[in-house]
Design a protein around this ligand. Structure first.
Ligand code: NAD
Length: 268
């Protein structure tokens, strides 16, 4: 059984509760004294008990969120499921915290209609809930105008199918927007093709390392005359995302409309 909760505990439901992230979110919510896990939904895990909560089973249908009186839903599913689920959450009067990746710009435009700024419901969508990774991107953006050259090295586990990582691409975009003045690449001969990595926005090079044993890591290297700056972030396991998820769960009821990324919640 879960420990006693304060009367004002936020009632949280989790969609994708049987997945890797969703089950970690269930455990993190369960461990937070100011939050109450009231529903867990996942068609793939329907009927299974929620770990550490013998009184709660995973439901196969979203109706369980409304039936349990959830006020905030956390969605870690797949984009194909989140796309129809998000308007349904809004129609049910649920605030939403969305970690599911693969939502396109069009999806976000549609989402603004369901979570308008002048409404009462809030929705936080963040492609990366690791607070350290959010800060890494912000620090890289701040440093960019003060350096002439920059390269990004992202390092991930050996099961990652896409390259570069979305975080590396977003970092390079933000650095390119912060500064358009980068020194040209001096390379004239690339003896092994690809050894200079891929050219991202403004020519910032991105190198993708895939190595068994790693989880998710990134280094941003910036150089100028006589000095360099390295900003590095490491995610060692899924628990790295939980402080960011819980921050968003606590903040979203007081933030009407759509909030993209954790930056504003962190005040950076
Ligand atoms: P996973 O495959 O382990 O889990 C996804 C779960 O969603 C599955 O159990 C599946 O059955 C369930 N699901 C599918 N359709 C559903 C529906 N209609 N309703 C409820 N549940 C449904 O995947 P994962 O590793 O947990 O990742 C989930 C998502 O989170 C992915 O999009 C991933 O890219 C993203 N992710 C985001 C962050 C972040 O910081 N934002 C971090 C890690 C992963």
């Amino acid at each position: 059984m879960s420990p006693p909760r304060p009367a004002a505990a936020i009632r949280v439901g989790v969609a994708g509760a049987a997945g890797r992230m969703g089950s970690t979110v269930c455990a993190a919510v369960e461990a937070a004294p100011d939050l109450e896990l009231v529903a867990a939904v996942d068609p793939a895990g329907a009927g299974r008990p929620v770990a550490g909560r013998p009184d709660l089973t995973v439901a196969g249908d979203l109706d369980a969120l409304a039936a349990a009186g959830a006020t905030v839903v956390v969605d870690f599913t797949v984009a194909e499921a989140a796309r129809p689920n998000l308007p349904w959450y809004a129609a049910q009067g649920l605030h939403a915290v969305v970690g599911t990746t693969g939502l396109a710009d069009d999806d976000l435009v549609a989402l603004r209609r369901h979570y308008p700024d002048d409404g009462e419901l809030g929705c936080v969508v963040a492609p990366n809930f690791a607070i350290g990774a959010v800060l890494m991107m912000r620090f890289a953006e701040l440093a960019a105008p003060w350096f002439d050259t920059a390269e990004i090295v992202e390092l991930h586990h050996d099961a990652k199918a896409d390259a570069p990582s979305g975080t590396a691409l977003l970092t390079s975009r933000r650095m390119a927007e912060a500064s358009g003045e980068w020194a040209p690449d001096p390379t004239r001969a690339e003896v092994v093709p690809g050894s200079r990595g891929g050219a991202g926005p403004s020519g910032i090079r991105i190198h993708s390392v895939r190595l068994r044993g790693l989880v998710a890591h990134q280094e941003v290297l910036l150089g100028t005359t006589g000095q360099s700056l390295t900003i590095r972030h490491d995610s060692y396991d899924r628990s790295s995302f939980m402080p960011g998820v819980l921050l968003a769960v606590r903040a979203v009821p007081a933030r009407p409309g759509l909030t993209l990324g954790l930056d504003t919640l962190l005040g950076v």
